[in-house]
Design a protein around this ligand. Sequence first.
Ligand SMILES: Nc1ncnc2c1ncn2[C@@H]1O[C@H](COP(=O)(O)OP(=O)(O)OP(=O)(O)O)[C@@H](O)[C@H]1O
Ligand SMILES: [Mg+2]
Length: 257
Amino acid sequence: MLDITDLALGYGGTPVLDDLSLTVPASQFAALVGPSGCGKSSILRAVVGLHEPDRGSIDLDVDRRDVGFLFQDDALLPWRSARHNVALPLVIRGESRRAAEAEADVWLDRMGLSGLGDRFPQQLSGGQRKRVALAQSFAPRPRMLLMDEPFASLDAIVRHRVTADLLSWVESHDITVVLVTHDLEEAIALSDRVHLMSNGPRANIVERYDIPLDRPRDLVATRTDPQFAPLLEELWHGLAGVVDGVSSDRRRLEVQA
Ligand SMILES: Nc1ncnc2c1ncn2[C@@H]1O[C@H](COP(=O)(O)OP(=O)(O)OP(=O)(O)O)[C@@H](O)[C@H]1O
Ligand SMILES: [Mg+2]
């Protein structure tokens, strides 16, 4: 569904990504983890056409209108209410305003925001805005979702509920997902494959971890699965190696030694 080959990209001559390849088959839940500033958001921006790569190719086997994109910083329109922000992509797609607003209310309810539909973004907390943005990306029922740290700034309970809701929705509708997260437990609990990025500049993907946990998953039960702790440890060491600047080749040698 998404095929990135030998991608190189930078800003004003400063390289950020180089030789980066990433394949996400249809219906797969992929997580992207890596040090802050390595270029995760840049990858997603390139996929949706907001940033022009210097080299390489990005093949997206789905209509761009069927791709939902959740920005790291919420991109709500300040002059529209929460309801109208969520309804906007549906109206653009041709739904009647009335149907779109009714649908928006359903998604705001699912995000625990009942009664807040008339508020404007500046009248909402950071976590509430994040949930409006989540509702906005889910409401058009995309076939593919690109999400950049969607659950940051939510309290533990709301985070759990929203994540569990996303998980069952994604599993039951075969949605392809690329999730950027700094939360390694979340990456393992949700995804089929975790891609670990190296530190920039010229970052790429240095390790791939397959997550063989059964589906459908229960978020709580998943964390007590005997496979969970070893996977977390492996991923933790992988990220620590990257953050500390140890190349993946050297790490492999250390493991063998
Ligand atoms: N518009 C821009 N102009 C110049 N440099 C930029 C721009 N956007 C990002 N960068 C730089 O490119 C690099 C990658 O940024 P990016 O936002 O993709 O990182 P990230 O992996 O998403 O980080 P984080 O985990 O902190 O969100 C960083 O060093 C950042 O400072
Ligand atoms: Mg980012």
